[in-house]
Design a binder for this molecule. Structure first.
Ligand SMILES: NC(=O)c1ccc[n+]([C@@H]2O[C@H](COP(=O)([O-])OP(=O)(O)OC[C@H]3O[C@@H](n4cnc5c(N)ncnc54)[C@H](O)[C@@H]3O)[C@@H](O)[C@H]2O)c1
Length: 248
């Protein structure tokens, strides 16, 4: 119940999917949470607050590609809940186009959201964590950041970059007690993968040793572990949540 008691978290892309599941779980474990998204996140915050019975979650507008939005989101953590201990860099966009088929505009969009957004989030969250004497950053990469495929070129490139941005930050900020880890979900049933045809999803799932798609809650439980003091000696590491897919 209290694994995140007295902690304040900022979750990007928290209006739906995995980000909303993490906000729900964090709030049920005693955290105060700010969720930021380009979508309206008020409904997600309201639903969680009515469930936990206190104002545990606040929503802000956050476009992760914009430094000014990150500054405002971190300020909101201080103003609403007194500081910041946990950052989940969860916002992301998926695409399926291959290398030559990817336009320069699409490349820039994916890189700005999935890669630059993660860097900016850390850049603005770290000074606030320093004020609290430490913190935990969880960067959501993907199994696409570990292995390649014949499409989704920009997605692979950005998710691979998140893996090493994570390790570089873990090395730089370990001495300040700021832990930084990456999480690599496999096939997770959220709106993000609605663009993959149903038959193709069934074919993918047949290769998953646990023989099912993951849920947003499956990932949220691992993110909770990394956010909590249970992971006090864990940094610079990568956590695969894929039902065994990358073991095949
Ligand atoms: N669903 C999967 O199968 C899967 C697998 C591996 C990794 N992931 C990663 O998990 C994370 C969460 O995705 P999800 O599955 O919940 O999908 P989702 O599409 O439901 O959620 C992504 C959220 O990010 C938000 N977002 C997009 N661009 C943004 C921006 N510029 N600024 C702020 N927010 C923005 C969206 O509005 C949305 O709320 C992503 O980083 C994704 O790449 C997902």
């Amino acid at each position: 119940m209290d694994r995140l008691k007295d902690k304040v978290a900022l979750i990007s892309g928290g209006a739906r999917g995995q980000g909303a599941a993490e906000a729900r779980l964090f709030a049920s474990e005693g955290a105060r949470v700010v969720i930021g998204d380009v979508l309206d996140a008020d409904a997600a915050a309201k639903e969680i607050n009515s469930k936990v019975g206190v104002r545990a979650v606040a929503a802000v507008h956050l476009d992760v590609t914009r430094a000014a939005d990150w500054r405002a989101a971190v300020d909101a953590c201080r103003r609403e809940f007194g500081g910041l201990d946990i950052l989940v860099n969860n916002a992301g966009v998926f695409n399926t186009t291959g290398l030559e088929e990817t336009s320069e505009e699409l490349w820039d969009t994916i890189v700005n959201i999935n890669q630059k957004g993660v860097w900016l989030g850390m850049k603005f969250a770290i000074p606030a964590m320093r004020e609290r004497g430490g913190g935990s950053i969880i960067n959501i990469s993907s199994v696409a950041g570990l292995t390649g495929s014949a499409g989704s070129t920009a997605y692979h490139g950005t998710k691979g970059a998140v893996r090493l941005l994570t390790k570089a930050a873990a090395v730089q900020y370990g001495p300040e007690k700021i832990r930084v880890n990456s999480v690599h979900p496999g096939i997770i049933a959220t709106q993000m993968i609605d663009i993959i045809p149903k038959e193709q999803r069934q074919r993918f799932t047949a290769f998953v040793p646990l023989r099912r798609e993951g849920t947003a809650e499956d990932v949220a439980k691992v993110v909770l572990f990394l956010a909590s003091d249970d992971a006090s000696y864990v940094t610079g590491a990568e956590f695969v949540v894929d039902g065994g897919l990358t073991a095949t």
